[in-house]
Design a protein around this ligand. Sequence first.
Ligand code: LMR
Length: 327
Amino acid sequence: MQPTSQVNQRIARLAAHLNPPNLQTEETSGLMRENCRAKVLHLYDVVNSPGVTADISHMDTGAVVRGFLGQQQLEDALTGMDLVIIPAGVPRKPGMTRDDLFNINAGIVKTLCEGIAKCCPKAIVNLISNPVNSTVPIAAEVFKKAGTYDPNRLLGVTMLDVVRANTFWIQPAEVLGLDPREVDVPVVGGHAGVTILPLLSQVKPPCSFTPKEIDFLTDRIQNGGTEVVEAKAGTGSATLSMAYAAVKFADACLRGLRGDANIVECAYVASQVTELPFFASKVRLGRYGVEEIYPLGPLNEYERAGLEKAKKELAGSIQKGVTFIRK
Ligand code: LMR
C-alpha cells in the first residue's frame, strides 16, 4: 500500500457472472465509476466484462476503467488494487434462503480470495456475495491459509440492511418530513433473516415506536431481501439498491483510506463485541480498514431477545464457512 497521500484509490470489482446474469455487478461498476474517489477501476468477470467495460468507460468521470475476462486474467485484475469489491455469485430465487446459495457461491468466493491473497494482500475487501454470514469466514480462512489475514481489512457488506432500515422507518412517518439520508438506524448481527437485528431503540433522531410498529419494522427490515426476490419472481434479487449500498459502503472505505476522520458504518467483521468470531456492528473506518469496533450500546428487552436468536443462527453459519475451507 502506498502512503495514503499517494493512494490512487484503485478498485477491482469482481464478479462471477452466472445464470441468470447478476446485474448488480454492472450497476456497482457503473456507480463506482461515478464515484470521483475511484481513479482506476478494474472489472473482472467470467463472461461479458469487455462489453460492460466498454459501456462504463464512456462515462465522463475521469476514472480509468479496464476489463478482465476469465480466470486467466484474474491476477492481472487484482494486482495493485487498494480496494476489492466482491458481489460475485448466483442470486436467490423465491423460496430460497441466502444459505441455499452456499454450495455455489462458497467456491467462487474461495477462488477470488486466493487471488487477492496472492496479488493484493493489503487490499481492503468488501464482501457482498451471499451468504455473507458464511462467506466472510470463508475469506478469513483462505487468507489465514495464505498467511495474509488482516481482520481489519475484511468487511462483510451489510449496508443494504441499514439503507433499508433508514428507508422503512421513515416511510410511515413521511409526515415527519425526514430525509432518509439524515436518519440513522444501527443494524447489527449479520446479513440474513433473524441475524439482521435493527436497533430501533437507538434510531437518530430519537423516536419512540409502539410494540406493533417495532414488530412490523423489524420483520420488514429482516425480510427486505426476500421482499425483492419475491417481487422479481425468479429473475434475481436486489441489484439496484444493493449496488447503491455497495458503493455507499465502498465510498466510506475510500474516505477512510484517504484519512478522513469519523467514518462510521455498520459492517460484518471479525469482532469481540459478542462471543462469536464475526459480528456486524458499527465500526470506524480508517487508513488500515477497521480501526475501531463499537459496542452495541444499551439494548431493550426486545432487542436482547433478538440478539440471542441472531447469535444462534450466526454461530452455525460461521462454522459452516470455516468448515468449508478446513475440511
Ligand atoms: C439482499 O439483501 O437484497 C441481498 O442479500 C440479496 C438477497 O438474496 O436477499
